[in-house]
Design a protein around this ligand. Structure first.
Ligand SMILES: [Zn+2]
Length: 376
């Protein structure tokens, strides 16, 4: 009963598992992608250099603002000293006037020491001296008034300079904020560069490789040129199959990582190319099925082929195999609903069971097996 529900569920899910968009890729599309990455990298580098110049300008402005702030501080100090000096002069003038007034008061009283005090020889002389005193105090008053006015003006100037300092400091903060924003942009763009360079070189390799093996611009890679030229030396892993039950549709995170070919259990499975057996055993993490992993060497590049859901093995680890050599038998072990072969291929790294944890690195290296093998 339970099993029947499971089968029913699978039947309901089956249409969803079908490849919705298995895209055939032509050499021209690879070339376009390569050009796009080149443009993007160029663009990014240009933007980085523009932003760097912008940052330089902002830093220059900040330096100039710092200078202006320092100048304002110095000017306030200078004015402060001037005010102090003026105040001192006022104090001196006050003291002088006070002294003069004392003499004046003495002279106006009925002081018998009048003559002695002013040292006047007679009354005319004394009056003359008194008028001098008056003139002097008037003069001092005038000087003091001027000094006070000078102080008032200097204080106003100081006030203005302090205001200017505040404005400059605010401007400096804005500039610093802007500098941080531009620096952030630069950092994030610089972060994108290695990724772009990686993609660019990956596509450069692909384009160079497919051009070298004679693919025409409109050839579908792995179908037209790879099959006709058979340049890879790859063969189909089965002696025919009933139907392709699931295609390749993998975006790096989800989908189906390989090709499923329905074929009777026990039928021979063959190595897709010359290579060395890398792993034989359970596909523990993904399917829990019997699997074989073979590493092939093509122009110095490692290419891996993985055969899963097998019913048995015909080779063992570290054995060298030839293209088309029997390696195992079709089965339905692990996560499978019928006898079929799951063929999965990757470039540079394989799904290494000896080093668990590299799964998500591996998934970025998976490729459509039809990039290599001919159609069966
Ligand atoms: Zn599969």
């Amino acid at each position: 009963m339970k099993k029947r529900w499971f089968v029913l569920l699978l039947l309901l899910l089956f249409p969803l598992m079908l490849p919705s968009n298995v895209k055939a890729v032509t050499l021209r599309e690879y070339e376009d992608a390569l050009q796009q990455y080149k443009n993007e990298l160029n663009d990014t580098n240009n933007k980085i250099s523009i932003s760097r110049k912008e940052l330089e300008e902002i830093q220059k402005k900040i330096a100039s603002i710092e200078t202006q702030i320092q100048e304002a501080i110095n000017e306030v100090d200078r004015l402060e000293k001037e005010i102090e000096k003026n105040n001192q002069e006022i104090a001196e003038k006050k003291e002088e006037s006070k002294r003069l007034m004392e003499y004046y008061q003495i002279s106006n009283g009925e002081n018998i020491y009048l003559e002695y005090a002013f040292g006047a020889s007679d009354i005319t002389d004394m009056i003359y001296r008194l008028s001098i005193v008056e003139q002097l105090t008037d003069y001092n008053d005038k000087i003091m008034k001027e000094l006070k006015e000078l102080i008032r003006q200097n204080q106003l100037k100081q006030e203005e300079l302090r205001k200017k300092q505040e404005e400059l400091k605010e401007l400096r903060e804005q500039m610093k904020k802007e500098a941080r924003r531009v620096q952030g942009n630069i950092s994030s763009m610089e972060g994108m560069v290695p990724n772009l360079q990686g993609q660019l070189s990956e596509y450069q390799d692909k384009v160079t490789y497919y051009r070298n093996i004679g693919c025409a611009p409109d050839d579908v890679i792995g179908r037209d040129c790879a099959k006709e030229n058979n340049a890879y030396g790859f063969v189909f892993p089965l002696n025919g199959y009933y139907w392709q039950s699931t295609g390749f549709y993998w975006d790096g995170y989800s989908g189906h990582k390989g090709l499923d070919f329905a074929q009777g259990c026990g039928n021979p499975v063959k190595a897709v190319a010359n290579g060395k057996v890398y792993y034989v055993g359970d596909n523990k993490d993904v399917y829990g099925a019997k699997m074989i992993l073979i590493v092939h060497n093509y122009n110095g590049r490692k290419v891996f082929s993985q055969y899963t859901h097998l019913s048995g093995y015909a080779i063992s680890e570290n054995e060298n195999v030839q293209a088309g050599q029997l390696i195992g038998y079709v089965g339905t072990t692990g996560w499978s609903t019928g006898c079929h072969l799951h063929l999965e291929m990757s470039e540079d790294i394989g799904w290494d069971y000896n080093r668990p944890g590299n799964y998500w690195t591996y998934t970025d290296h998976i490729v459509d097996p039809y990039n290599y093998i001919p159609r069966g």
